[in-house]
Design a protein around this ligand. Structure first.
Ligand code: C2E
Ligand code: MG
Ligand code: MG
Length: 800
C-alpha cells in the first residue's frame, strides 16, 4: 500500500477510534458516578446516624445528670421533678435507639444496638434500685450505692454507645476513602481518556491539516494547469492570427499580452526594427524613456542591467535583429527566462511570417532581378491608365523595349554580366519617365513602360527616342564595356487598342517590326505588323519539319585569293519553303537558336558540307577547305567536338579540308570549354576562323590567345573602305597587319566592288569573299560555274 492508501485508511480509522474512546469514556464515568453516589449516600447516612447517636448520648447524659441532681438533694419535693426528668430522658433515649434501629440498621449492626440496649436497661435497673433506696437509706448510702453499681452500669452503656459512634465514624471514614478512591480512579481514567481523546483529536486535526494542504496543493496545481491551459489557448490564438496574417500590431499586442499580469502597472512592449530604427509597434503602458532605452540596447546582457525588467531581442531565423520585447515594471520581479524566450520566439514568428508574406506579395508582383513591377502588375497599371485616359478623353501609351543582341551578351559575357546590364537598363528607364509612369520587366531582355496620360502619339515617340538614346550609351559590367541598343515598339490607346492585352500585343508587334527593320530603332504600331509575328511563329513551327522534308540545302560561296583563284568555299544554309518560298538564314537561324533546333540543324549542315566536299574533291576543283558556320550555342555544348569527329568518320571527309567559322563572342565566356573543343578538333586537322570579326567584344589582344587560323573581317568594315579618311581603311589595314603578325590568314567579307577588291589586294588581304566575286550557289551550279572557267584564271571574275 502506498503512502496515499495508508493516509486514506488512517483517516477512516481515526474517527471510529475517537467514537469508541468517547463511548468507553462515557460508560466509565457513569459507573464511577454511580459508585460515588452510593458512597455519598452512605456517608450522609453515617452523618445523620451520628447526629441521632449524639442526641441519644445527650439524653443519656441528661438522664444521668438529673438522677444525680435528684440524689444530691435531700428535699423529696425537689427530688421528684428530677426523677420525672430522668424518666423523660430515658424515653428520649429509647426513641433515639428505636430511630437508629429503624433507620440506620443498614450501617449499624443490630448486635451493637442490642448490646447497648442490654447495658442501658441494666443501668436503669440498678438506678431504679438506687432510687428505691433513697426512700429507705440515707442520701450518702444511696449515693455510694449508685457510685458502686449505677455509675458502673452507666459507664458500660455509655461505652457501648461510644462503640457505636466509633463504628459509625469508621464507616463514614471508609465511605470518604471510597469516594476519594473513586475520584482518583476517575481522575486517572479521565486523564487517560482525555489523553487518548486528545491524541485522536490531534491525529484527526493533523489529518485534516494534511487534507487541506493536499487540497490547496491540488487547487494550486489546478490553478497552474488552468494558467497553462489559458496560456496555451492564447498561444494557439496567436498562431492562428499569424497564420491568418492578421495585422501585425494586433498580433504583437496579443504576444505582449502573454506576459503574465505581474502586477498592476506592469506591462510589455514590442518594438520592431524599421530600417535600423526600433519603432513602437505594440505595447501596453510604455513611455518614451523606456523606448529610448530599448533603442540603444544591442544585447540582452546590457538590458538586464536596468531595473525596469528584462528585454529580449527578437531575431529572425538567420539571427538578424528584428526588434525587441521589453517587460517593464515599477519594482521589478523575477520573470522566468524560458517564458521570455518563448514569447520572443512567438514574436519573431509573427514578424518573420509577416515579412515573408510581404516579400511573397512583393515577389508575386515584381521582378526579382530589377525590383520592377512584373507582367502581372504591369497589366494592372496599364488597365488603370486606360481607365483614366478613357475618363479624361486622353491617350495612354505602351512602349515595348527589347534589347538588341542581349542573348549574345549573356552567352559570351556570362549571366552575371547579363544581369548587371538588365539592372542598369531598369535603372536608366526609371530615371527617364515620370513618377506616375510604370516601368516593368516583362521577362528576359524585354521591358515595357506605361506612359500615363499623353496628348498625342508624338509624345510617346519622344519618350521612345529618349529610351533608345539612353540605352545605346555604353554599359559597364564584369569588367567590360558593353554596347547594346534597344528596339522599341509603341502602341497607343485608343488608337491601337482599347484594352490592355491588345495594346501589349500591338506594342510587341511594333517592337518586332523595329527589330526586323534594323535594330536600335522604334516603330509605332501599324496593323500589318501582326503578319510578321505570325510568320515568325509559323517559321518556328515549320523549321522542325524542314530538315526531314529536305527543304534545307546548302549553297556555297567561293573565297578567292589575291590572284582571283578559288581557295575555299563557305557553306551557307538555304531554306526554300514549299509555300513561303526562300527564307533567309538571318531570319531562321535566330529562330533555330532560340528554339534549340540549331543542334540538329548544325549537324545536318556539317554532314551535308562533308558529303558535298567529297564530291568537290573528286571533281578536283576544291583546292582548299570548306568553311561551315557554327553558332555559339552549338560550340557551348560539350559534345560538339565529338559530334564533328563522328561526322568526319562517317562521311570519310578529311578534317584538314574543314574550317569552322565561329564569332569572336563565343570566346568571351567559357573560354576553357571552347578552347578545349577547338583544340581537340584541331588535332584532327580542322581549322577555325573568326567570323564577323570586329563586331563583337573581343580585343585584338585576345586574338593572340585564340587557337584560330584565320579572321574574317566583317562586311561593315569593307563597306566603307572606299570612303577615304571617314572610312575604315586604316582599321582594316591595321587588322590585316596584326593578324599577319600573329600568323593568321585574313579574309574580307562582303566585297562588292572592284575598288574594294583592289584596295584589299593592296593591303595584302589573303582572301576575299563577296558578290563581286561569287554569289552563293547550289553545288551543281557551282560546279558548272567553276568548271566552265579554269580556277587559276578567275582573276577579275564577276559575280555570277
Ligand atoms: P556569314 O557567315 O557572315 O555569311 C556571309 C553572309 O554574307 C551570307 O549571307 C552571304 O550570302 C552574304 N554575302 C556574301 N557576299 C556578300 C556581299 O558581297 N554583299 C552582301 N551584302 N552579302 C554578302 P547569308 O547566306 O544570308 O547568311 C547570313 C548569315 O547566316 C551568315 O553570315 C551566317 O552567320 C548565318 N548562316 C548561314 N548559314 C549558316 C549555317 O549553316 N549555320 C549557321 N550557324 N549560321 C549560318
Ligand atoms: Mg560565315
Ligand atoms: Mg560573316
Amino acid at each position: 500500500m502506498g503512502r496515499r492508501g495508508m493516509r486514506e485508511a488512517r483517516s477512516k480509522l481515526l474517527p471510529l477510534l475517537a467514537a469508541a474512546a468517547v463511548i468507553g469514556g462515557v460508560l466509565t464515568v457513569s459507573d464511577l458516578r454511580r459508585a460515588a453516589a452510593s458512597c455519598r449516600s452512605l456517608y450522609e447516612m453515617d452523618v445523620r446516624a451520628l447526629e441521632v447517636e449524639a442526641e441519644m448520648e445527650y439524653h443519656l447524659d441528661e438522664s444521668r445528670r438529673t438522677l444525680l441532681y435528684a440524689l444530691a438533694t435531700a428535699d423529696p419535693n425537689e427530688q421528684l421533678p428530677y426523677m420525672d426528668q430522668t424518666r423523660a430522658n430515658d424515653a428520649l433515649v429509647a426513641g433515639s435507639l428505636n430511630q437508629l434501629r429503624a433507620s440506620y440498621g443498614k450501617i449499624i449492626p443490630a448486635t451493637s444496638l442490642d448490646a447497648f440496649a442490654r447495658r442501658w436497661s441494666l443501668y436503669r435497673a440498678r438506678r431504679d434500685a438506687v432510687i428505691a433506696r433513697i426512700l429507705v437509706d440515707s442520701m450518702e448510702v444511696s449515693m455510694a450505692h449508685d457510685q458502686l453499681e449505677g455509675n458502673v452500669a452507666f459507664q458500660a452503656a455509655l461505652e457501648e454507645l461510644r462503640g457505636i459512634r466509633a463504628l459509625l465514624r469508621q464507616h463514614a471514614g471508609r465511605q470518604v476513602e471510597l469516594v476519594s478512591g473513586i475520584l482518583l480512579r476517575w481522575t486517572i481514567e479521565t486523564g487517560i481518556f482525555a489523553a487518548a481523546l486528545g491524541g485522536i483529536i490531534w491525529a484527526l486535526l493533523r489529518a485534516r491539516r494534511e487534507r487541506n494542504r493536499v487540497l490547496a496543493d491540488l487547487r494550486r496545481s489546478n490553478g497552474a494547469l488552468a494558467d497553462a491551459r489559458y496560456q496555451e489557448q492564447c498561444r494557439a490564438a496567436i498562431l492562428e492570427m499569424v497564420s491568418k496574417r492578421e495585422a501585425l500590431p494586433e498580433t504583437l499586442e496579443a504576444v505582449a499580452g502573454l506576459v503574465p499580469g505581474i502586477a498592476p502597472g506592469a506591462g510589455a512592449g514590442i518594438w520592431l526594427d524599421t530600417g535600423g530604427v526600433l519603432r513602437l509597434k505594440a505595447s501596453a503602458g510604455v513611455d518614451e524613456r523606456t523606448l529610448e532605452a530599448v533603442k540603444r540596447v544591442e544585447s540582452v546582457d546590457e538590458l538586464h542591467g536596468g531595473n525596469t525588467g528584462p528585454v529580449s531581442l527578437i531575431r529572425d531565423a538567420a539571427g538578424v535583429l528584428m526588434g525587441a520585447l521589453r517587460i517593464f515594471h515599477p519594482r521589478w520581479v523575477h520573470f522566468p527566462e524560458h517564458s521570455l524566450v518563448e514569447i520572443t520566439q512567438l514574436a519573431s514568428l509573427a514578424v518573420e511570417n509577416q515579412r515573408l508574406y510581404e516579400r511573397l506579395a512583393f515577389q508575386a508582383q515584381h521582378d526579382l532581378l530589377t525590383n520592377l513591377p512584373n507582367r502581372l502588375l504591369f497589366h494592372d497599371r496599364l488597365e488603370q491608365a486606360i481607365h483614366l485616359a478613357y475618363r479624361h478623353a486622353s491617350r495612354t501609351a505602351v512602349v515595348w523595349i527589347d534589347l538588341d543582341r542581349y542573348k549574345q551578351i549573356n552567352d559570351t559575357l556570362g549571366h552575371a554580366a547579363g544581369d548587371e546590364v538588365l539592372r542598369e537598363v531598369a535603372h536608366r528607364l526609371t530615371g527617364l519617365v515620370r513618377e506616375s509612369d510604370t516601368v516593368s520587366r516583362l521577362g528576359g531582355d524585354e521591358f515595357a513602360v506605361v506612359l500615363g496620360e499623353i496628348g498625342c502619339i508624338a509624345d510617346a515617340e519622344r519618350v521612345a527616342v529618349k529610351i533608345r538614346d539612353t540605352l545605346s550609351a555604353p554599359f559597364f559590367a564584369a569588367g567590360h564595356e558593353i554596347r547594346t541598343s534597344a528596339s522599341c515598339g509603341i502602341s497607343v490607346y485608343p488608337d491601337h487598342g482599347t484594352d490592355a492585352a491588345m495594346l501589349l500585343r500591338n506594342a510587341d508587334l511594333a517592337m518586332y517590326s523595329a527589330k526586323r527593320a534594323g535594330r536600335n530603332s522604334y516603330q509605332i504600331f501599324a496593323p500589318h505588323f501582326g503578319e510578321s509575328l505570325a510568320r515568325r511563329l509559323e517559321l518556328e513551327r515549320e523549321l522542325g519539319r524542314a530538315i526531314p522534308a529536305g527543304e534545307l540545302r546548302l549553297a556555297y560561296q567561293a573565297l578567292m585569293d589575291r590572284g582571283g583563284r578559288v581557295q575555299a568555299l563557305e557553306a551557307l544554309l538555304r531554306w526554300n519553303h514549299a509555300k513561303m518560298g526562300p527564307v533567309p538564314p538571318a531570319e531562321f537561324i535566330p529562330i533555330a537558336e532560340e528554339s534549340g533546333l540549331i543542334y540538329a540543324l548544325g549537324e545536318f549542315v556539317i554532314r551535308q558540307a562533308c558529303r558535298d566536299g567529297l564530291r568537290f574533291l573528286e571533281d578536283g576543283f576544291l583546292k582548299g577547305r570548306i568553311a561551315v558556320n557554327v553558332s555559339p550555342r552549338q560550340l557551348l555544348r560539350p559534345d560538339f567536338s565529338a559530334m564533328v569527329e563522328r561526322v568526319l568518320e562517317e562521311t570519310g571527309y578529311p578534317g584538314e579540308r574543314l574550317e569552322l567559322e565561329v564569332t569572336e563572342n563565343v570566346f568571351m565566356n567559357n573560354l576553357d570549354l571552347v578552347v578545349g573543343q577547338i583544340d581537340s578538333l584541331r588535332e584532327l586537322g580542322v581549322s577555325f576562323a573568326i567570323d564577323d570579326f570586329g563586331t563583337g567584344y573581343s580585343s585584338l589582344n585576345l586574338l593572340r590567345r585564340l587557337p584560330v587560323d584565320s579572321v574574317k573581317i566583317d562586311r561593315c568594315f569593307i563597306e566603307t573602305l572606299e570612303d577615304g579618311d571617314g572610312g575604315c581603311g586604316t582599321l582594316v589595314r591595321g587588322i590585316i597587319a596584326l593578324a599577319h603578325n600573329m600568323q593568321l590568314r585574313v579574309v574580307a567579307e562582303g566585297v562588292e566592288t572592284e575598288r574594294q577588291f583592289r584596295l584589299l589586294q593592296a593591303m595584302n588581304c589573303d582572301l576575299s569573299q563577296g558578290f563581286l566575286l561569287h554569289r552563293p550557289m547550289p553545288p551543281d551550279a557551282l560546279i558548272a560555274a567553276l568548271g566552265a572557267a579554269a580556277p587559276e584564271q578567275l582573276e577579275g571574275c564577276k559575280a555570277s
